[in-house]
Design a protein around this ligand. Structure first.
Ligand code: PMP
Length: 437
């Protein structure tokens, strides 16, 4: 067979990876790449970590897999305790899974079961933002506000009520406060139109991921959404699959605004790229109601297995022991300054937004009107390919139905040093200079 049996974007032009160390990867031709997006915003500790390897091997030597209904396992208990401690508030119960999509599915199903158990089975609808990304399984896809992914499945998914979140880059309101107030009012009206009593939960990413290019909400918006959920008696679910576990400089992004959800999902960086592990955290009262009504009707074979949890535990310990949240903060500020300098040099860099080491860059044809480049220009693909030639990996997305231009994420590992941030920015500058020609 001459072509690859893998049918995802495999092509002869894709280099074969050889090995990775720290923030760098090398292909089999010896070319070096600075991993400016931590794989898929997952390898938060960089590549080739001995401590994670050792923790995994130690667990493998004991046992790799046991089923959660047959044995208590120490790594799962310890990781659950760590996660509860990291949220330091009302999220007391943990359900493990193996991916972000599974974590979102789990939260949706638990929330629905909670209302069925509470005698409110007329609640059958979720509310989520457009644009957004919540996963690829049908339930999580139904929450996703990203047209190209939704289109083939829109007739068969349980699609949520899609509302707009704040867009501080394109807002036309007089100021931020007015913008947030107007967005919240619109959301309130949309919910009222379908009936408050039909809503199970509002699902949102406190910091948008790839679909929005790290679009931020703010404190007033999150407080408004929390009030709205309380008023209509529905739950609030934060999707921190991408922005959780330290990516924004706090363990979870929502902690920067002090607004607590009823359920929280996370994955990606939890296994630091070494093993798939995700988690849903939630308030005890929800679990109690569901368990009292016959148990949670949901589960995945590999959920909470010892090897996954030992990996997650080692990743969290490394972040804590090496004070990496401080590094996320310091290197994040350095990266922000560098990206903003590039924005001044290249007028088509429309927006630079983010927190910690989660930065989004949006490219626009006209910086005043903020008009995206035509989709046929395939700018997101060109910038990624040029960056790769320059030895830099970034995480791209195409323009969004007039809601955003081509954009990409810069999300290096938490371990990145000052000089490596300089190198990242140099490679990005060379990429931009070539794109400008
Ligand atoms: N939610 C968000 C916010 C994500 O960024 C992602 C992955 N990009 C998911 C859910 C789905 O996670 P996974 O790909 O691990 O299923």
């Amino acid at each position: 067979m001459t072509t690859s049996p893998l049918f995802y974007q495999a092509g002869p032009e894709m280099p074969e990876v050889s090995h990775g160390r720290g923030v760098f990867l090398w292909d089999t031709n010896g070319k070096e790449y600075l991993d400016g997006c931590s794989g898929a915003i997952s390898c938060n500790l960089g590549h080739g970590r001995q401590d994670i390897r050792d923790a995994m091997l130690a667990q493998l030597d004991r046992v790799a897999f046991t089923y959660r209904t047959q044995f208590e396992n120490a790594p799962a208990l310890a990781l659950a305790r760590q996660l509860v401690g990291m949220t330091d508030d009302a999220l007391e119960k943990v359900f493990f899974v193996s991916s972000g999509s599974e974590a979102v599915e789990s939260a949706l199903k638990l929330a629905r079961q909670y209302f069925v158990a509470s005698g409110e089975s007329q609640r059958r609808r979720f509310v989520s933002l457009r644009p957004s990304y919540h996963g690829s399984t049908l339930g999580a896809l139904g929450m996703t506000g990203y047209q190209p992914l939704e289109a083939p499945f829109s007739d068969i998914t349980m699609s949520s009520l899609k509302v707009s979140g704040p867009d501080f880059y394109r807002q036309r309101d007089a100021d931020r406060e007015t913008h947030v107030r107007r967005v919240l009012e619109e959301t309130r009206n949309q919910i009222k139109a379908v009936g408050d009593e039909t809503i199970i939960a509002v699902v949102l990413e406190p910091v948008g991921g790839a679909s929005t290019g790290a679009r931020l909400v703010d404190k007033a918006y999150l407080e408004g959404i929390r009030r709205l959920c309380d008023e209509i008696g529905c739950l609030l679910i934060f999707d921190e699959v991408l922005c959780g576990v330290g990516r924004t400089g706090t363990w979870f992004a929502y902690q920067q605004w002090g607004v607590t959800p009823d359920l929280l999902v996370t994955a990606k960086g939890l296994g630091a790229g070494y093993y798939p592990v995700g988690a849903m955290l939630c308030r005890e009262e929800i679990v109690e109601a569901v368990m009292a009504s016959g148990g949670f009707q949901h589960g995945h074979t590999y959920a909470g297995n010892p090897l996954a949890c030992a990996t997650g535990l080692a990743a969290i310990e490394a972040i804590r022991d090496e004070h990496l949240l401080d590094n996320v903060d310091a290197r994040g500020r350095q990266l922000q300054r560098g990206l903003e300098t590039l924005q001044c040099r290249y007028p088509w860099v429309g927006d630079v937004r983010g927190l910690g080491l989660l930065w989004g860059v949006e490219l626009v044809m006209d910086p005043t009107e903020k008009t995206p480049f035509p989709a046929q220009a395939n700018l997101f693909a060109r910038v990624t390919a040029l960056a790769k030639e320059e030895g830099l990996l970034i995480y791209p997305r195409r323009p969004l139905d007039g809601l955003a231009g081509d954009h990409f994420l810069v999300t290096p590992p938490f371990t990145i040093s000052e000089s490596e941030v300089v190198l990242l920015l140099e490679r990005l500058e060379r990429t931009f200079a070539r794109l400008d020609r």
